[in-house]
Ligand binder design. Structure first.
Ligand code: DGJ
Length: 724
């Protein structure tokens, strides 16, 4: 078992192959976090070491021998109002009107496997033996709020997950004001906080800053995880690079408002909490009610950012992505959006399919504009019936013709939205998200549908069910094109309006769950104006996400490098478009780091471009497994180097790899020596293009010398190697 309880010392030890995490039940049943870091054999670190002296103004509990000062102790799950003044993980307003919260250990349970979270996405075990779970029960003796702290240890993967359940066991109602999914108190503050910031068209840029005293962090209040900050942070020792150093990585399995905060206190220690953003959040618990937080995934490594990413990637590929398309080869697609925008009809789409087939493409996706009377973005969201003026003979006639050309067929939806100019809005003028007395803000000319309501979800579900069950549809792109303002639901009582944002996300999960369970063969791709909802919760429902609307291959380097911090290539939608920034080789080489596809009118390709595309398509099929499931090594990051970027994908057996180099700007000299990573030093590898053979040792120590290759701005190359 990867979790052990020592009844004498009253400690829990949670071990992965490379890390240890120790919790102590201290005097008066306070829960302390004694250790989180590299694996150690001991199951105990003296709790007194954790009591720090410089806390003269911090209140003390005299019931503990020698006194106990929560403010100066490494609390396992810091609560509000009883002497711990750092950012708290939990605050519950009780029937007396105060939010003083103090939970103490009352029991625990350890078992093999991992339970699901009712109604919410989470990572899972393929077999019970893959992980062990610890439930620690803690209670507030005064308010009778009972908390279960869940820890699951995936020992072989090097991953731990955490979450929390809060139950009201009293006979009065109470209100959760904040409930974070995890809390860690680390000694010292010599860390950089790494996060992924951005905006529409420029998602997930890497940002790294040293921690300073006080509270710092990232959040979303947009109703979705959003383009601007991703629910991922890492704490990394200052000297950490891709290959060396201590890193703690945290990723929240949640698509709504989140917050990840680090506080460095007067003792020079660091607390990190991550969970639902307490801003605009509150949750009433009636007697007997309970509330489940989303799950946080925690990765620890001593081997730098590269290894942290690979741990996340392997874990998400095996323990988050589900269903048929987890392992089955996904079709190579062409999407109509950048090819035609709203301007298409059956004839044009069939012509796309015909040409695409000749290139080796396997599926046509009809994007936005097929329903209601939608010819631009000003109408029809919510009217999910086909526009027969565009698609003569209806959807089935179109699909038949596309299938006849030998392609599968995919379709676009934006289920959580409603246009003021739609039949749905005219029939149900109170179904959009709004508050009484205010005209809500528009975003892309649309309102957000209140999917926290079951009747609203049922309506959208029925409309989608009709189309998806009556037609041969292989793929659905699920879009979401604005953030949520004027947050309120017409059916929630005033006291519960603060529950809206979380209820909205639960509603989205419910709708997605209905779809993926009813149509298990459909491949779902998530999207939110590109990558505005690129998070692990969405990956639970759809194995791939459109990474960004920005298909410029040079800009994509930054976006894909950032996204790869915790999300695997198998999840990153990456398409070749008509964007003129570089030639087709580089567009393809960059898109080949993800779920590859095209987003252009294939009839406009020149003879020369057609040959390039055919070669790309062939290579994507040939190296599919390596691209999707290989181990990623980021060799040169565009965030560090203004001239070039390079990365490598290595098979699990280390018998195949591919390495990509892209020149963003010409440097004065033309030689590039790429020191490769992750190879077997004893193996010999053949360059498939030239036949040259090198040892793994040479490639990693002396490096791969690329003389004048891919030297010009926007040029690139991909080299494939196989073990001899
Ligand atoms: C935003 C998406 O990111 C695009 O790919 C496209 O689907 C448009 N929405 C359609 O409105």
């Amino acid at each position: 078992m990867s979790i052990a309880f020592d009844p004498q010392k009253r400690t829990f030890k949670l071990d992965t192959a490379t890390s240890s995490y120790i919790i102590q039940v201290y005097e008066e049943n306070y829960l302390l976090n004694l250790y989180y870091g590299p694996w150690i054999p001991e199951s105990f670190i003296d709790g007194r070491q954790c009591r720090r002296p410089n806390a003269s103004f911090s209140p003390t509990n005299p019931a503990v021998g020698g006194g106990f000062t929560p403010d100066a102790a490494p609390m396992e799950y810091g609560c509000n109002g009883t002497g711990d003044f750092r950012i708290s993980a939990l605050a519950v307003r009780n029937a007396d009107g105060n939010s003083v919260t103090d939970i103490r250990y009352v029991g625990h349970k350890i078992y093999a496997g991992k339970p699901e979270i009712p109604g919410q996405p989470s990572t899972y075990v393929n077999h019970e033996s893959e992980a062990d779970t610890l439930e620690i029960y803690a209670e507030d003796a005064v308010t009778k709020v009972r908390v279960t702290l869940y820890y699951t240890v995936f020992s072989d993967c090097g991953v731990m997950t955490r979450r929390v359940r809060v139950e009201n066991t009293s006979s009065y109602s109470c209100e959760i004001e904040r409930v974070f999914s995890m809390c860690v108190d680390l000694p010292g503050m010599d860390y950089d906080l790494i996060s992924l910031y951005g905006r529409h068209y420029k998602e997930r840029n890497l940002e790294r800053r040293p921690l300073a005293h006080g509270v710092q962090g990232i959040e979303s209040k947009r109703g979705v995880s959003g383009h601007c900050q991703n629910p991922f942070v890492a704490l990394a020792a200052h000297n950490v690079d891709e290959q060396h150093g201590i890193v703690y990585g945290f990723n929240l399995v949640y698509s709504g408002n989140f917050s990840a905060l680090a506080e460095c206190d007067f003792n020079g220690t660091t607390r990190l909490i991550m969970g639902i953003n307490p801003v605009d959040f509150g949750w009433t618990l009636m007697p007997g009610d309970s509330f489940d937080s989303p799950e946080a995934v925690m990765v620890f490594t001593e081997d730098g950012l590269g290894e942290m990413s690979r741990i996340f990637h392997r874990f998400y590929n095996s323990n988050l992505i589900r269903g048929r398309w987890k392992t089955e080869k996904r079709p190579l697609l062409i999407n109509s959006w950048e090819a035609a925008f709203f301007d298409f009809d059956t004839e044009k789409l069939v012509a796309f399919a015909k040409t695409a087939k000749e290139l080796g493409i396997e599926m046509l996706v009809m994007d936005d504009g097929w329903f209601g009377k939608r010819n631009d973005d000003s109408s029809s969201l919510g009217d999910w019936f086909v526009n027969e003026k565009k698609l003569t003979g209806g959807l089935s006639a179109l699909i038949e013709q596309v299938n006849q050309e030998g392609l599968k067929f995919g379709i676009w939806y934006e289920p959580e939205m409603i246009s003021p100019d739609s039949d749905l809005f005219r029939a149900h003028p109170d179904w959009h998200v709004h508050v009484k007395g205010r005209t809500p803000m528009l975003g892309r000319s649309q309102y957000v549908l209140d999917v926290s309501r079951e009747d609203v979800r049922d309506n959208i579900w029925k409309q989608m069910y009709k189309v998806l069950s009556e037609n041969k549809i292989d793929y659905v792109k699920w879009d979401f094109n604005r953030n949520i303002s004027d947050a309120g639901s017409a059916i929630l009582p005033a006291k519960r309006q603060k529950e809206f944002f979380h209820r909205f996300i639960l509603g989205t999960y419910d709708l997605m769950n209905r779809l993926v369970t009813t149509f298990p063969d459909i491949l779902f791709e998530n999207c939110s104006g590109g990558g505005g909802r690129f998070d692990p919760a969405m990956l639970y429902y759809s194995p791939q996400i459109w990474t960004s609307d920005n298909t410029d291959p040079i800009e994509r380097l930054y976006i894909q490098f950032g996204t790869s911090m915790c999300y695997p290539a198998s999840t990153m939608g990456a398409h070749v478009s008509a964007n003129p920034r570089t030639g087709y080789e580089t567009k393809g080489n960059v898109a080949m780091w993800g779920t590859f596809g095209y987003e252009l009118d294939p009839r406009n390709l020149t003879e020369h471009e057609i040959e390039i595309v055919k070669e790309q398509v062939k290579n994507y099929h040939k190296y599919y497994d390596l691209i999707h499931y290989g181990d990623l090594y980021r060799l040169i990051s565009p965030f560090d180097n203004p001239y070039r970027a390079a990365w490598q994908m290595v098979s699990a057996e280390k018998d195949r790899f591919m390495v990509t180099l892209v020149t963003m700007r010409v440097e004065s000299y033309a030689n590039v020596i790429l020191k490769l990573q992750g190879l077997d030093p004893k193996k010999q590898y053949r360059n498939e293009a030239t036949g040259e053979i090198y040892s793994g040792t040479l490639l990693m120590k002396a490096g791969l010398i690329l003389n004048g290759v891919a030297h010009g701005t926007g040029e690139s190359c991909v080299l494939y190697f196989t073990e001899v």
